[in-house]
Write a protein that binds this ligand. Structure first.
Ligand SMILES: [Zn+2]
Ligand SMILES: [Zn+2]
Length: 331
């Protein structure tokens, strides 16, 4: 079968590989319906930062159907599932304390094992969550993992109601953060991005107010979320937040960025980091069921496995108007 495999930083290949193995005890073999390309996939491609085995089939965001179940696997064939992307070690101090969320050896599906950028993949059943609504469209269900990340960022931001919130970055995470905030009645919510086409789609889907320029805001925000990983954007957010404001950082930075930390000190800002998610995956699936019409526009037409390298390049160049690129491995 055809698969996309990452060999090293900058070395992504589409090639023929052996069929996914029959499931061992506790494992299931999955037929992938859709797989999403994540910002962290691009980051790993660019830097090789999380390459722990080579080659590896990326893809921690996918929706799939159980094809075959090994002995003791708790998922019946025909069940539609998404992956819990986090692979925890179970041995470190955090895991032993029941805080596997902070696992010191945290790995991800698609890095420590093969993920969803192939038609069939085999994973432990314990790594998977059945869709509560088995009829949820694949183009919506594929957003489960990024929506869990978005809900974790909302939980970390912990905003009071009625206070304006500024979200920077209309990529998948920023757009889903804005969607969750609006749907839960927070805000007014403002969503900022420099790509006008992407911003228009993201604002329409999320219900947030579009902001083309961080220097011209309809409301003074009490809270901010950075989903860009851009030092310039974070600097602007630190600038516009008033004293006592809070900023949640969910975008990944390249290198060690220069940002004006004196704004944090002088204005007594709270800065919170948001890593992956905690136990938000079931809530993310439930929320996607409620906002399915709104978010259906975020994925657009799925691409084929052969298109993945070119789409990586397009996404990294910021040239894409897509909010979330998704793959149909059977195209
Ligand atoms: Zn992701
Ligand atoms: Zn651990």
């Amino acid at each position: 079968m055809k698969a996309v495999r990452l060999y090293a930083a900058g070395d992504l290949r589409v090639e023929e590989i052996a069929a996914a193995p029959a499931p061992a005890d506790g494992e299931v073999r999955l037929r992938v319906e859709r797989a999403g390309i994540c910002g962290s996939d691009l980051h790993n491609f660019k830097t090789g930062m999380w390459i722990s085995r080579s080659p590896s089939v990326p893809g921690h965001e996918f929706v799939a159907v159980v094809e075959a179940a090994g002995a003791g696997a708790c998922l019946a064939p025909g069940t539609r599932v998404v992956a819990d992307s986090r692979v925890v070690c179970g041995r470190c101090a955090a895991c032993l304390a029941g805080e596997s969320f902070h696992c010191e050896n945290l790995g991800f599906v698609g890095e420590v094992n093969d993920g969803g950028f192939e038609p069939y993949t085999t994973l432990p059943a314990a790594q998977l969550v059945a869709l509560p609504d088995q009829g949820l469209a694949a183009d919506v269900a594929v957003l489960a993992e990024p929506m869990a990340v978005a809900l974790h960022a909302v939980a970390r931001l912990n905003p009071a109601t009625g206070v304006p919130i500024l979200v920077a970055g209309a990529g998948p995470i920023g757009t889903l953060v804005a969607t969750a905030l609006v749907h839960r009645g927070y805000g007014p919510v403002m969503l900022a991005d420099r790509n006008a086409a992407r911003l228009a789609t993201a604002a329409a889907a999320s219900g947030a107010l579009p902001v083309a320029d961080l220097a011209v805001l309809p409301h003074v925000p009490g809270y901010a979320v950075d989903a860009t990983g851009s030092p310039a954007a974070v600097s602007a957010l630190l600038e516009v937040l008033p004293g006592g404001g809070r900023i949640a950082l969910v975008g990944l930075f390249h290198g060690a960025p220069q940002v004006p930390l004196n704004a944090v000190v002088e204005k007594g800002l709270d800065v919170v980091g948001c890593a992956a998610f905690r136990d938000e995956l079931p809530a993310a699936l439930a929320l996607l069921g409620e906002v399915r019409e709104r978010v259906a526009a975020l994925t657009g037409r799925p691409i084929a496995l052969d298109d993945v390298p070119a789409t990586y390049a397009e996404l990294m160049a910021g040239a894409s108007d897509r909010i979330k690129a998704v793959i149909d491995p059977f195209r």
